[in-house]
Design a protein around this ligand. Sequence first.
Ligand code: ZN
Length: 126
Amino acid sequence: MQATELSAQCAGCARASRRAYRFHELEGVRLRCLGCALTHRPLLRRSLSIALVVGTVLVAINQGDALLGGHWNGALAWKVPLTYVVPFVVATWGALLNCRVSLDATPSKEDVNGDRAGPSRRRARP
Ligand SMILES: [Zn+2]
């Protein structure tokens, strides 16, 4: 069976994209391209909140003794910010993987069995 390429129009920039990210918004479910998904304010806000909490805990665990003991050195200047960047990237990446929609028209096993309607959410096959 020949797979047909589908595309979706991004709700942010109106570009057609074969890979889209689904967001539940006030207007309903909307699809966005990767660029618009990465700049989607609710996603960024949630990732920043997670990074603030997790980063603070990790800084306390890893650098707490140095910070409380007053042993500030140059390495803290990159270690502390990097400790906040890692959970931000992980939270953002996880959210994008979770809402990713592949518009591959090849029916998945669930589609064939009639369990789901619409395009498959499975990853596109090379
Ligand atoms: Zn877009």
